[in-house]
Write a protein that binds this ligand. Structure first.
Ligand SMILES: [Zn+2]
Ligand SMILES: [Zn+2]
Length: 441
């Protein structure tokens, strides 16, 4: 496999004298398998120059597979400038997460409405197909592609591409599930020692990969005020990749406020950290034009999803019970989930919640930790103790982010945590991701 970076910037394109080395175009990475399949991770402004190169190669037919992590601007803005789509006979298969607001087709045609762009999506002469993906294993060209939801305010997929015994993993935009990475008392640096189920799954998804391309927008010093914006620090990416036995980690989605000097410093600090961890992880920061050839070594074992995925959530009208004793918060959360096409019921207290659950078992419970009568852990334990409801996922809303509280929560049976303050789209993305990987009764 061969990988080339065309866009390495996050959030907004940042051309100028300060970014000539690492580049100013937003996310776009080209991957070519040894069988000649063309896969493109994200379609930010970097896609414009990739498109020009593909045209210049003079192939009679261009078959592009475009894998979108999500549809924020910096990941799709290059699509209207992807010139192979303007040529009859070419094809573009576009993949992205299902369950966002509107289908992939609707979102992409929205950014090409006449108000914003002179050519409509439906007018493009190439054959364009749309594939809304859930978590699972998919065949794309001759490659085997695993997908897994990552942690971002919009529903976002990570991709693991396996071809001829090699694995490349793309994880952009993502932020840590938990502030604390390691369980107290456990040996740090091992996947089993990771505290939060979400971070552990994230590390498992990159296990033994030849190359991991990971969001690293911030330094640890910058992260605090930018928590819940959906991006990682280089330190988080290095620690997880190291624990997962990754060979080469490339940090990307550079912050628009970071110039070449700043990013070079991040690269130096990330390499120092990787060296201290002692697992032989090679780290670099992505720059535009950077090309990597993944050479053969012993084959990587194919990734297997830990949990079976759900084919489609969009039409299933799942029931969610929201439990909170603060009326305003309860209303806001219920409204946001209702917009996500879920059927929502609400309960103002723990005892009310348990009574309602016994009357009708919901597909998922969103539970505030601090509620009158019984706290969130007690309600969770009661749900787990009943054989009828023991598998219902519970998403806990909490301001408690210390290691003992989180551990206590997982021991009580909490499926996922959303830490306060959170945004409603972020909660919706987490609920959807949680449902997508839960076995339906
Ligand atoms: Zn982004
Ligand atoms: Zn984003």
């Amino acid at each position: 496999m061969r990988v080339r970076f065309w866009g390495t910037r996050g959030s907004i394109a940042t051309p100028g004298p300060g970014t000539t080395h690492f580049g100013g175009n937003t996310s776009c990475v080209e991957l070519t398998t040894s069988d000649g399949d063309l896969l493109i991770f994200d379609c930010g402004t970097g896609a414009h120059r990739l498109a020009a190169k593909l045209i210049a190669e003079g192939k009679s037919q261009i078959k592009a597979n475009i894998l979108l992590g999500h549809t924020h601007w910096d990941h799709i803005q290059g699509f209207p400038f992807f010139s192979p789509a303007f040529v009859k006979g070419n094809s573009a298969a576009i993949y992205g997460p299902e369950g966002s607001h509107g289908s992939l087709h609707d979102v992409l045609s929205g950014q090409m409405e006449f108000t914003y762009f002179p050519v409509e999506l439906s007018q493009l002469p190439a054959a364009i197909t749309y594939h809304d993906l859930a978590e699972g294993i998919h065949a794309i060209g001759s490659a085997r592609v695993a997908t897994q939801f990552i942690n971002h305010p919009a529903l976002t997929l990570g991709y693991r591409v396996e071809s001829n015994g090699k694995a490349v993993v793309y994880l952009v935009d993502h932020e840590p599930f938990s502030d604390e990475l390691w369980r107290a008392g456990a040996e740090p640096g091992r996947i089993e020692s990771i505290l939060h189920d979400g971070d552990r799954r994230h590390a498992q998804f990159m296990v033994d990969a030849d190359l991991v391309i990971h969001d690293a927008q911030y330094t640890p010093e910058e992260y605090g005020p930018k928590k819940s914006w959906g991006h990682s620090t280089y330190a988080y990416a290095v620690q997880l990749a190291s624990a997962a036995g990754v060979r080469h980690l490339v940090l990307t989605h550079h912050d628009p406020d970071h110039d070449d000097h700043f990013i070079a410093d991040i690269e130096r600090r990330a390499r120092d950290l990787a060296r201290d961890l002692g697992k032989g992880l090679d780290v670099s920061c992505a720059y535009e034009g950077c090309e990597l050839v993944i050479e053969r070594r012993t084959s990587v074992r194919p990734f297997e999803t830990a949990d079976p995925f759900q084919a489609s959530l969009a039409q299933s009208h799942l029931h969610i019970l929201v439990v909170d004793d603060e009326a305003e918060a309860l209303k806001a959360v219920a409204r946001a989930l209702g917009e996500g096409s879920y059927v929502v019921r609400t309960a103002p207290s723990g005892p009310d919640a348990l009574r309602m659950i016994s009357e009708q078992i919901p597909d998922l419970v969103v539970l505030d930790y601090t509620i009158a009568g019984m706290d969130g852990f007690e309600v969770t334990r009661a749900i787990r103790a009943n054989s009828e409801t023991k598998d219902v996922p519970v998403v806990m809303l909490t301001a408690l982010t210390d290691e003992p509280s989180i551990r206590k929560g997982f021991e009580a049976g909490v499926t996922d945590y959303v830490t306060k303050p959170f945004s409603l789209p972020q909660l919706l993305a987490r609920v959807h991701a949680c449902l997508a990987r839960t076995k339906r009764r």
